[in-house]
Design a protein around this ligand. Structure first.
Ligand code: NAD
Length: 275
């Protein structure tokens, strides 16, 4: 396929574009993932929290695609922090997915109020040693959370998956990642489709390239090196979101999008979000 691979700090290579299944109803998930596989996606981003791992597993089993061609990410849910509980959670996810390992396992939220993310990370290191996961990473970590993993554990996360779109560009975290060899995954890459895609700046750029606003934003991510997995249950959009490798944004386009920063979160603040 045309999807570039991004090499991580442990030598594994992740497809830069994948398919996210947050808020896809379990009853629609197997079909949506099947559509994504047919379009050419080989990277799926799910989570224990999403309640649809079993249906992702169903689509994987039915697809007949070689396991080695797939990149499957899941995440440890908030109730399962701690060295032992995190490993139990991974076992449950593997069983639901019908896999003997995942490619990437993430701590979904740092939950600083619980103060268990360092312990959880040590459990992740053990799971990796056991072959249950190839690559370990985190999600929604701020620099001071990452600092503690770097100081208190053996493994630099390969990835931090954070909210990132033109209205929330995360320049500070991206620079931190760059300094420490951590790759950035952008969640809600098209801002959940709502207000963002109606921005006139995007409309102009889209028109100039004969592309949609969603494709322009996804292309912007690709050009700044982010790993993305837009979500859609509409087959046409699943296809549209994959069709971003036949054009290039100009420096001027890139600067216009950079100018759209509002430091505006759609999701919770990782420092106060605790469940
Ligand atoms: P997204 O930015 O991918 O937006 C998805 C929504 O945009 C769809 O529901 C649809 O309404 C719309 N859309 C999709 N394609 C479109 C198109 N081509 N044109 C117009 N509208 C379109 O938002 P998301 O689902 O929140 O994020 C993507 C993935 O990121 C999730 O599925 C999940 O895997 C991951 N995620 C992770 C976290 C986390 O805390 N780690 C949080 C949120 C999402």
């Amino acid at each position: 396929s045309d999807v570039p691979g991004i090499e991580l700090n442990n030598g594994t290579v992740i497809p830069q574009l994948g398919f996210g299944v947050f808020q896809i109803d379990p009853s629609d998930t197997a079909e949506s993932v099947q559509t994504a596989f047919e379009v050419g996606y080989r990277h799926i981003d799910t989570a224990q929290m999403y309640g649809n791992e079993a249906e992702v597993g169903e689509a994987i089993a039915k697809s007949g695609i070689d396991r080695g061609e797939l990149w499957i990410t899941t995440k440890c849910n908030n109730g399962n922090h701690g060295r032992v509980d995190a490993q139990k959670a991974l076992d449950e996810s593997l069983s639901k997915l019908g896999l003997d390992h995942v490619d990437l396992y993430l701590i979904h939220w740092p939950l600083p109020g619980k103060d268990l993310y360092v312990d959880t990370w040590k459990g992740f290191e053990e799971a990796r040693a056991d072959g249950k996961v190839r690559t370990i990473g985190v999600s929604n970590f701020q620099p001071h959370h990452l600092d503690r993993l770097l100081e208190e554990t053996e493994t630099v996360p390969a990835i931090n998956q954070i909210e990132l779109h033109p209205h929330m560009q995360q320049a500070g975290l991206r620079a931190y990642h760059e300094r420490h060899g951590i790759k950035t995954e952008a969640w809600s890459p098209i801002g959940q489709g709502k207000g963002l895609l109606d921005a006139p700046e995007l409309g102009e750029i889209a028109q100039a390239h004969g592309k949609s606003a969603a494709q322009v934003v996804l292309r912007w991510h690709v050009q700044i090196g982010n790993i993305i997995f837009p979500k859609s249950v509409t087959p046409e959009r699943v296809r549209e979101n994959f069709d971003i490798f036949d054009f290039e944004l100009t420096d001027d386009d890139m600067q216009k999008i950079e100018g759209m920063e509002k430091a505006e979160r759609l999701g919770p603040d990782p420092d106060t979000f605790a469940r």
